[in-house]
Design a protein around this ligand. Structure first.
Ligand code: SF4
Length: 956
């Protein structure tokens, strides 16, 4: 038991219990620094460093350096942060368990004990990313989507069940229960944790801290829990007892004052903050909210703000612990002991209560008056592009014609009034129907039932179609619509960002109620869905009687999972897709999610607007985004009278009244237990047993990755990279979804062709995200986003490149394989913010497996850079002002990187040699973006996994 600084103290843990803690006030008394003036987030990390100080993994100087954190000039030191637990979602969790299984296989092959590979901290995996909106707008949508999910993911779920029995510290929450961050907030997080060290007679208490394999892990910051998203690779290291290393951050303090005005939601607030902090620049920093205004926000609002930290670029968006934190823990059914321990622990550490201005030293002080926040939306391509509600119509119209380089759609001669008639009845349109440009209004009669176009969209299996018919739902109900630029075709109440927040969910229900009472309808072309992050939402929407109004508008429950937020919006009606393509329509989605990059929500929807759940309902009713809903009518009521948003918007009092039924501790306790029993379909899945997984060559979901083939204890030498070719040249803001898409697999893509060659039909492809347990699919899917633009082939979108020296055009995967045969190493050239977006380990793994040795970019997103190092790919950064374009690079050159040896230092300068076709050479300085000494070790070992495996084997 470590007590290097003699800070172990007794404290009253509440409810008659006595506990121990590593006291930060006691550390301050030793004169190590003004610890009580440190940001609360830094103090929580400091406690972990102090408690884990063993002289090896964590050294005395690590504690001293962090205790002396300098607000204005944080030390350029890496912090070894040992987290208390790990959370995973299934897209990233499956490959992680695959890697653990592959490590066990490797250990067994070299004659070791496979059981040395075991998570050393508790791991919770929530299966939430696999449900897709195949069925919607009907009472059976939930059940049918769940059935499709189980059908598609059976092999993955079998594998996860193996993992559940093979690893002791691994808890799995099956599909249909909720979304990882909402489940974390409502159930998994404890505020403080405790353990029973053999040397103490009472429990040792310590803050609940974590990392998760999803960038929105930061949602838990709203409860005062330190945690953020890491790549799967770092999470694996964390699980295996390695610290998560990060550079000492700056902490931006956001001092909140005032109160939100009537009609302004938590979503409006987070979009405001996202714009404000993006403009300020908080990448790689902690953000800590404090002050009277912060104190007035309930935890669900704080969690919404924490959730979108990746969108404003921060490592965390942290809220100190106060009475609201305890109240939330209590309201969500945590035990009295947990609540008491949470409060008493932070009181004893002198960290309880919302700090006031001047009490803490922040690197930067920002002010935010909550009263300044206005209703708005964000989009159409980036979450930080906030638009005040009245300006949306005007902004959309101007973006249609604005050049693409300025964030527009570059359309010429746009006729916004042109509408195209689409029949949604499942039968092929007669000649002349599709080309219609009828400008009259929608022909849906009041009272006509919502179209069940989903049955046509989704190619139901004969079984499910029959079942629906048997259940008297009419799968081929007739309807028609007129769509054009700005038509809303997807309206999704989605994402833990907002579905964890009862105030906005109830506001959506109240707005739906008023709309239904006035006889308003939603156009059948709009694909409506409601996918909350926990069953608690259904409970309070039912209890308040609001779900039935949402149902009547088509916002039936489609599942408990990420759905549209992760791009699992499911297909649109084929005739709608045809019309979009035929008329090159800039159609819109409206969603309460946090991301809206191109092609994320749906491949054919180009304009995606983030907004609060009530606004999602409102825009679904309006059916278009080229509108100012603060002035123009939303539609006509049953008497033909114009209805405005203000007629439907619920008052704060109405929302508050409805809230009385929202947070009931007994409901949380009832719904968060015996998960498997609550989902019989999970129990029906068979699973194999044993310590080592028996890989099945027939599986196209789970495949042993090649990372540990030929594994030995010998560490290679770092060497120069010579004669490399360029696989792709990309511009700014290439996202991890561009590099490794999570969504649909195109039949014509290398991954699609591979699956077809394995006898899999396109309708059974499932998504890339669901096939992350199979490296053979994922490598083919690297750089396979249909919207990626490789500047080596100007004017072409998609996964295309040129192979040199012949200049032949081909897919990126084919070119990479050809280069591998020719023994030619590869590099990627990119602009600013390379790898922005969700943390995605396959973006780094796929890059490595394509044979890429280095990525040279103008700048990197934090997690992706570290994942590249974690996979043994070198990140290099052009010096300020230099880009592939300024150097005139077109992909025909060869590249060599000199100065690479075992003696490299973090951040050192290296020389990039560029050789033109005519053999002319020039040299460009680049910065090595290996940022910490431990990363040098990872790179030396060929990545973090071989590094950890060698360490574990060496210990035995
Ligand atoms: S709902 Fe969205 S933000 Fe939440 S876990 Fe799923 S993908 Fe991530």
């Amino acid at each position: 038991m470590n007590d290097e600084f003699k800070t172990l103290k007794k404290f009253d843990a509440g409810k008659g219990r006595e506990g121990f803690l590593h006291s930060l006030p006691a550390l301050e008394e030793q004169g190590l620094g003004k610890i009580s003036r440190l940001p609360v987030s830094i103090r929580i990390v400091l406690e972990s460093v102090l408690r884990n100080c063993d002289g090896k993994k964590v050294r005395r100087k690590d504690v001293e350096a962090l205790a002396k954190w300098n607000a204005k000039k944080p030390a350029n030191e890496e912090i070894p942060f040992v987290v208390a637990r790990i959370v995973l979602q299934d897209f990233t969790g499956v490959p992680l368990v695959v890697d653990l299984a592959a490590m066990r296989s490797a250990v067994k092959r070299i004659g070791g004990d496979p059981q040395i590979i075991e998570p050393l901290v508790p791991v919770d995996l929530v299966v939430d990313h696999s449900v897709q909106v195949d069925f919607f707008g009907s009472a059976k949508a939930l059940q049918l989507n769940l059935e499709m999910e189980f059908k598609r993911n059976r092999e993955r779920y079998q594998f996860l069940k193996w993992g559940q029995q093979a690893f002791k510290t691994f808890q799995l929450i099956p599909p249909g229960i909720g979304i990882v961050h909402q489940v974390n907030l409502e159930y998994l997080a404890k505020g403080v944790l405790s353990s029973q060290p053999s040397t103490l007679n009472s429990q040792l208490f310590f803050p609940d801290t974590l990392v998760g394999t999803d960038s929105h892990t930061t949602m838990i910051n709203g409860l005062g829990v330190v945690g953020w998203g890491v790549g799967g690779i770092e999470a694996e290291a964390g699980m295996l007892g390695q610290p998560v290393y990060f550079l000492t951050p700056e902490v931006v303090g956001v001092h909140m004052t005032g109160q939100l005005r009537e009609g302004v939601t938590a979503t409006d607030l987070v979009l405001h903050i996202t714009q404000m902090l993006r403009a300020h620049g908080v990448v790689g920093k902690f953000v800590e909210f404090y002050g009277e205004g912060t104190e007035s926000l309930p935890v669900p609002d704080r969690a919404t703000i924490g959730n979108m930290s990746p969108e404003y670029g921060a490592t965390m968006g942290f809220f100190p612990i106060d009475k609201e934190s305890i109240a939330y823990l209590r309201a969500t059914g945590r035990t009295d002991e947990q609540c008491a321990a949470f409060e008493n622990y932070f009181c004893a550490q002198e960290m309880f209560g919302m700090p006031r201005k001047g009490e803490i030293d922040y690197s930067v002080d920002l002010e935010l008056n909550l009263a300044d926040v206005q209703p708005g939306v964000a989009g159409p391509k980036r979450p930080q592009d906030r638009i005040n509600l009245p300006a949306l119509g005007e902004t959309f119209r101007s973006l249609l014609q604005k050049p693409v380089k300025d964030g527009g759609y570059g359309m010429k001669d746009v006729d916004l009034g042109a509408k195209h008639l689409v029949h949604l009845n499942g039968s092929p349109p007669s000649d002349g129907e599709m080309p219609s440009t009828d400008k009259s209004g929608p022909s849906i009669e009041p009272g006509e039932e919502r179209n069940k176009a989903e049955m046509v969209n989704n190619r139901p299996t004969p079984d499910t179609a029959k079942e629906l018919k048997d259940s008297a739902a009419d799968p081929f109900h007739h309807g028609q619509s007129q769509i054009g630029h700005g038509s809303v075709l997807i309206a999704a109440i989605t994402s833990c960002t907002n579905t964890s927040n009862p105030s906005v969910m109830l506001a959506a229900g109240l707005l739906a109620k008023k709309a239904v009472e006035r006889g308003l309808r939603i156009d059948p072309a709009v694909k409506t869905s409601l996918a909350p992050g926990s069953r608690v939402v259904t409970d309070y929407l039912d209890k308040t009687g609001l779900q039935k109004y949402l149902d009547q508008l088509g916002f039936n429950l489609v599942g408990y999972g990420c759905t549209t937020c992760i791009g699992n919006s499911g297909p649109l009606h084929p005739k709608i897709e045809k019309a979009i393509n035929e008329y090159d329509l800039v159609a819109a989605s409206v969603l309460s999610g946090n991301r809206n990059f191109e092609a994320r929500v749906h491949q054919n929807i180009k304009a995606n607007f983030l907004m609060s759940p009530p606004l999602v309902v409102a825009f679904a009713l309006a059916g278009r985004v080229d509108v100012d809903l603060t002035n123009e009518p939303i539609g006509k009521d049953k008497d033909g009278k114009e209805t405005f948003l203000r007629d439907l918007w619920p008052s704060l009092k109405e929302v508050r009244d409805a809230m009385q039924s929202a947070l009931k501790p007994e409901i949380f306790r009832k719904l968060y237990r015996d998960f498997a029993d609550q989902n019989p379909k999970w129990n029906e899945i068979p699973s194999s047993k044993g310590d080592v997984y028996v890989w099945d060559e027939k599986s196209d979901y789970i495949h042993e990755p090649p990372f540990f083939q030929d594994f030995s204890m010998e560490v290679g030498k770092i060497d120069n990279i010579t004669g490399a070719r360029v696989l792709g040249i990309f511009g700014d803001s290439v996202t991890t979804d561009h590099i490794s898409p999570a969504g649909a697999i195109k039949a014509t893509s290398p991954a699609g062709q591979y699956l077809i060659s394995r006898g899999i039909k396109p309708e059974d492809f499932n998504s890339y995200g669901s096939r992350r347990g199979n490296d053979l699919v994922m490598t083919r899917g690297t750089f396979a986003n249909v919207r990626i633009k490789n500047l080596m082939v100007p004017g072409i979108e998609g996964s295309v490149t040129k192979h040199y020296p012949d200049g032949e055009q081909m897919s990126i995967f084919d070119a990479a394989m050809r280069y591998q045969k020719e023994n030619v190493p590869l590099v990627i050239l990119a602009g600013h913010e390379y790898g922005t977006g969700s943390s995605r380990d396959w973006a780094a793994k796929g890059t490595r497996l394509l044979g890429v040795k280095a990525v040279v970019a103008a700048s990197f997103e934090r997690i992706h850079r570290s994942n590249l190092v974690g996979m043994g790919v070198l990140p290099l950064q052009f010096l300020d002002g230099v880009t592939a374009q300024s150097l005139g690079l077109d992909g025909s050159q060869t590249f060599s990187i000199g100065g690479l040896s075992d003696a490299i230092q973090p951040g050192q300068q290296l020389k990039l040699e560029i050789e033109n076709k005519d053999r002319q050479k020039r040299y460009v300085p680049v910065k090595l973006r290996i940022d910490t000494p431990i990363e040098i070790d990872y790179y030396k070992h060929g990545g973090i996994l071989p590094f950890v495996l060698r360490q574990l084997l060496a210990r035995k």
